[in-house]
Design a protein around this ligand. Structure first.
Ligand code: SIN
Length: 284
């Protein structure tokens, strides 16, 4: 194969070296896809991509979803050339944010689990990176499930959870959404708390994000205590790997078996990322 796979040594992730993702023949792509299923996050350094290149690369893995709803209207509309591209940025130009999610911490989550068919993968490309902060961490939810204490596992076996659609991972209310005052009535989508990866058959914890999560039919106080315990377990550093970005980095990660989060960074510095999301199916 014309590339090398260098595992991070942590619970997830590998760097792929020696590859320009703009030039992938079918055999190379097939080997890359296998490496992605094995390591769950792949890192490619030093890429030089237009939005068309990004969409073409992401589109090799499957059909693309459109960008998710942001907190304000037309975020980034003026900056991107493709509707499949979602801009993540704190930069404000002429009084308008060019992207979503600002510079605050983005909490642990898996992308767009508040829809019935969440994207199976996300692809994130860095155009501008702050001098410090803004690192992105990934946590292996297959490992988190495998190491879940038996008493916690017994309480989620066969259960379904509602994944609230109202707030972004930085806690902003999405455009058109109402504040959630009762988790049992939050909008969103319902998915099994333990899902099975449709390609590898490996089960994992599928919690979406902590805010307004509800294990369906559970008493609210019990729900809050159980979710706190599950999320505390998932945040254990032994399940995770943290990526420190450089300009030109490209990541692709598997939303079916990973959570991710982003560190805050100095709002006075610039961070500009372009993301695509690859369609998935109903979690089972
Ligand atoms: C995200 O896709 O949740 C954002 C990750 C990041 O900004 O690094």
């Amino acid at each position: 194969m014309p590339f090398e796979v260098v595992p991070t040594g942590a619970a997830v992730g590998a760097e792929i070296s020696g590859l320009d993702v703009r030039a992938l023949d079918d055999a190379t792509f097939s080997a890359l896809r296998q490496a992605w299923l094995e390591h769950k996050v792949l890192l490619f350094r030093g890429q030089d991509l237009t939005d068309d290149d990004l969409v073409t690369f992401a589109g090799r893995f499957g059909a693309l979803d459109l960008a998710p709803a942001s907190a304000t209207d037309d975020v980034g509309a003026q900056e991107k050339s493709r509707p499949e591209v979602w801009i993540i940025s704190n930069v404000v130009e002429e009084g308008k944010p060019i992207g979503a999610l600002g510079s605050d911490e983005a909490e642990w989550h898996t992308d767009m689990s508040y829809v019935d068919e969440p994207p199976m993968a996300s692809v994130l490309y860095s155009l501008e990176i702050p001098p410090a902060g803004g690192d992105t961490s990934f946590a292996n939810m297959e490992l988190a499930l495998a190491e879940l204490p038996a008493d916690l596992r017994a309480r989620i076996e066969g259960r379904t959870a509602n994944h609230d659609s109202s707030y972004t991972s930085v806690g902003e209310l999405r455009k058109g959404a109402a504040p959630v005052t009762d988790v049992t009535r939050a909008p969103g989508a319902r998915h099994p708390v333990i899902r099975t990866h449709p390609e590898t058959g490996v089960p994992s914890l599928y919690l979406g994000r902590r805010r307004n999560g509800w294990i369906v039919d559970m008493d609210v106080a019990d729900n809050e205590a159980l979710l706190d315990a599950l999320w505390a377990h998932c945040a254990d550093p032994r399940f995770a790997w943290t990526h420190q970005w450089r300009t030109g980095d490209l990541l692709i990660w598997d939303n079916r078996s990973l959570n991710h989060r982003r560190d805050a960074f100095d709002p006075a510095s610039r961070r500009v990322m372009h993301r695509c999301q690859i369609k998935g199916d109903v979690p089972r």
